[in-house]
Design a protein around this ligand. Structure first.
Ligand code: SF4
Ligand code: SF4
Length: 287
């Protein structure tokens, strides 16, 4: 996706003629709130930014509420229920720019792994009274339902990328969000390649940069939480990974936080589907 075209010429007040601060909203759908917490983690910088914007909707941080309109609306979470389908359409209609944040909103998130299973079986395995649960058969990214102007990837999003995005927002320029492979961040940091040196499976070659190569820096393989980079050659990487592991294990490597993104999904399907464990029946009180 093209980086968002940002925007925000100062809106002019109807009476005073003075520039108004942009109206910003932050909302969530099916998510853990971790990406919103990244915003709160900016702490001192957040106070500076808050002086430059009008934060009208952010339930995680303030009791101030707004149904819109918004100059920029940040959306966390996947769309997982019929009510959420309606609400995201309403929010889109009242938002000048809509920006998705995190793996849930941009790729469906970890909850999208259920998309490969029978929804009734999943509900029965998880909930004591599955008839009360009204969810869509699939958890899907926001862009499957409404137009999206920009996205911040990751689980959770990167504080550095969020900072860059917000500074671009308040200064009216385009954010600089590179679309390189995680491998390049390893090279810049001097992190020895875990795949080459230790044989650890790593999705770094096909995953978008932004995290600072956190996992390889701690001796782990990247599991792709920032989702596929543009023109990710998942076919080649999967073939290489299959040299010394089963097809099911290769598919499982791609079946993480961004499993439902198109390139990763195609690889998972080509290698026999996601983690293929049989969902156990939920134990009942009288069992
Ligand atoms: S992307 Fe990760 S941190 Fe963000 S809301 Fe989803 S699960 Fe939580
Ligand atoms: S190395 Fe990969 S899995 Fe780890 S934080 Fe970065 S993108 Fe996510």
């Amino acid at each position: 996706m093209e980086p968002p075209e940002l925007i925000l010429p100062g809106r002019r007040g109807p009476r005073s003629g003075t520039p108004q601060r942009p109206r910003i909203g932050i909302v969530k759908f099916a998510s853990c709130d971790g990406c919103q917490l990244t915003l709160l983690d900016l702490e001192d910088e957040l106070l500076t930014i808050a002086d430059r914007v009008d934060l009208v909707e952010f339930a995680e941080a303030t009791s101030r509420r707004s149904a819109g309109p918004f100059d920029v609306l940040f959306v966390e979470g996947s769309i997982s229920t019929a009510e959420q389908v309606q609400e995201i359409a309403r929010l889109r209609a009242v938002s000048h720019r809509l920006v998705t944040i995190g793996a849930c909103a941009t790729a469906g998130g970890i909850q999208a792994i259920r998309n490969w299973f029978d929804p009734d079986e999943v509900r029965a395995a998880v909930y004591p009274e599955p008839t009360y649960v009204e969810s869509l058969a699939q958890a899907r990214p926001v862009a499957d339902f409404v137009a999206v102007d920009g996205e911040l990837r990751g689980c959770p999003i990167s504080p550095g990328q969020l900072r860059e995005f917000l500074v671009a927002l308040v200064t009216g320029r385009r954010p600089q969000l590179p679309d390189e492979a995680v491998c390049l961040e390893c090279k810049r940091r001097g992190v020895v390649c875990v795949a080459v040196a230790q044989g650890i499976p790593c999705l770094g070659p096909v995953t978008r940069t932004g995290c600072g190569a956190i996992c390889p820096a701690y001796g782990r393989g990247c599991y792709g939480c920032f989702g596929p980079r543009e023109s990710a050659n998942t076919t080649s990487l999967a073939r290489w990974l299959s040299d010394d592991r089963s097809a099911a294990d290769v598919g499982r490597l791609f079946a993480g936080f961004t499993a439902w993104s198109v390139p990763f999904r195609a690889t998972i399907d080509a290698y026999g589907g996601p983690p293929g464990q049989v969902l156990p029946a939920r134990e009942t009180d009288d069992a």
